[in-house]
Design a protein around this ligand. Structure first.
Ligand SMILES: Nc1ncnc2c1ncn2[C@@H]1O[C@H](COP(=O)(O)OP(=O)(O)OP(=O)(O)O)[C@@H](O)[C@H]1O
Ligand SMILES: [Mg+2]
Length: 353
């Protein structure tokens, strides 16, 4: 049996709904505005079903107020759902008593927020160790685990500094280290990088992915930025007014938007920054059987952007290899040309060359 790391089934959250009139309307399929107008209740989540696999980076995205924070807070019941089930690693969170819930929050789920929430009068090390302290971990072990977490985020030398001595990006790293120090299988990240400037933000996105190769956690990552979603997510759920309107891989969401809302959202994403060689290659037996000399070799994970220089010069097909160097597919010249033409900017470059 392969159970999901997190399973969300028929989840509803209606705020300000003492008589459950709003819930009743939501169950009947009413939209957020209608419910609010009629009953004054606010629909946070409606009919949310998600299965999140172990080790997956699952992104939840959507505009402000669509229900992202409500969703992650229902996972550890910082917010009490109105209806539905949440399961974490085979245990039903929505059925847990206080004691089980405390254990869940201490040992199984860590959270990283947008605003670092660092205590100004405590050292970086003590800030990172704080959740361990709350969890009753002995001082020595606390310090060694906090030090290891700081090392992971590249701040091994900063343990004795005070938060005010750090830049915004470094503070966010401390926040991340605090989430990692708990060593939980599940990490919830609510807009962790949104307060950072774009360059530092991109660095941290990359670092998170590198880190994930080592720690292999299940990460639920919230953002309102599709470019960030596409960069860090294995899969993405797009929310609107409390509903999940589409879920899928970044390529699926961008190339096959479920409706006009998602299309509008996705049109600004640069295809070339996200479509990988692996997703457009021909991996049929016939393709793999062709002679392999005299081709460019690219990795499965290489994005189109990085293929363009090879593609421009390309007079031969590209050979796609896995991380372990195994041949997994071929990109014939026509296929490469077609993929590149799907992005206007690149078409311009291609015709110039
Ligand atoms: N405690 C509350 N009481 C009443 N309404 C609430 C409460 N918390 C959230 N809401 C409402 O529920 C909806 C979803 O809010 P939520 O905070 O989950 O949105 P979000 O997607 O995280 O937005 P943002 O990007 O601004 O963080 C919003 O309409 C919000 O006003
Ligand atoms: Mg939020």
């Amino acid at each position: 049996m392969t159970e999901s790391a997190v399973s969300i089934r028929g989840l509803y959250k209606i705020f300000n709904d003492p008589d459950e009139l709003g819930l009743e309307m939501a169950l009947a399929g009413a939209e957020k505005d209608a419910i609010q107008e009629e009953t004054g209740a606010v629909m946070g989540l409606s009919k949310v079903d998600l299965e999140i696999a172990r080790g997956e980076v699952f992104v939840v995205m959507g505009l402000s107020g669509c229900g992202k924070s409500t969703l992650v807070r229902c996972i550890n019941r910082l917010i009490e759902p109105s209806l539905g089930e949440v399961w974490v690693e085979g245990d039903e969170v929505t059925a847990m008593d206080d004691r089980a819930l405390r254990d869940l929050r201490r040992n199984r789920i860590a959270m990283v927020f947008q605003h670092f929430g660092l205590m100004p009068h405590r050292t970086v090390m003590d800030n990172v160790a704080m959740p361990l302290e709350i969890g009753g971990v002995a001082r020595r072990e606390r310090r060694s685990r906090a030090a290891a977490a700081l090392e992971l985020v590249g701040l091994g030398d900063w343990g004795q500094s005070m938060p005010r001595q750090l830049s915004g990006g470094m503070k966010q790293r401390v926040g991340l280290a605090r989430g990692l120090a708990l060593d939980t299988p599940l990490l919830l990240m609510d807009e962790p990088f949104s307060a950072l400037d774009p360059v530092i933000r991109r660095d941290l996105q990359d670092e998170l992915l590198t880190l994930q190769d080592t720690v292999q956690k299940t990460i639920i990552f919230i953002t309102h930025d599709l470019n960030e979603a596409v960069r860090v997510g294995d899969r993405i759920a797009i929310m609107r007014d409390g509903l999940v309107v589409q879920q899928g891989t970044p390529t699926e969401v961008v190339l096959e938007p479920a409706n006009a809302f998602v299309r509008e959202f996705t049109q600004d994403v640069r295809l070339h920054a996200m479509v990988t060689a692996g997703s457009i290659m021909d991996s049929s037996e016939a393709a793999l059987a062709q002679p392999t000399e005299d081709r460019y070799v690219v990795r499965e994970s290489t994005v189109l952007d990085d293929l363009v220089p090879a593609g421009l010069a390309a007079t031969k097909p590209l050979q796609v290899v896995s991380d372990s160097g195994e041949l997994v597919g071929v990109i014939p010249l026509q296929l490469l040309a077609r993929a590149m033409a799907s992005d206007e900017a690149a078409t311009a470059v291609a015709t110039e060359g």
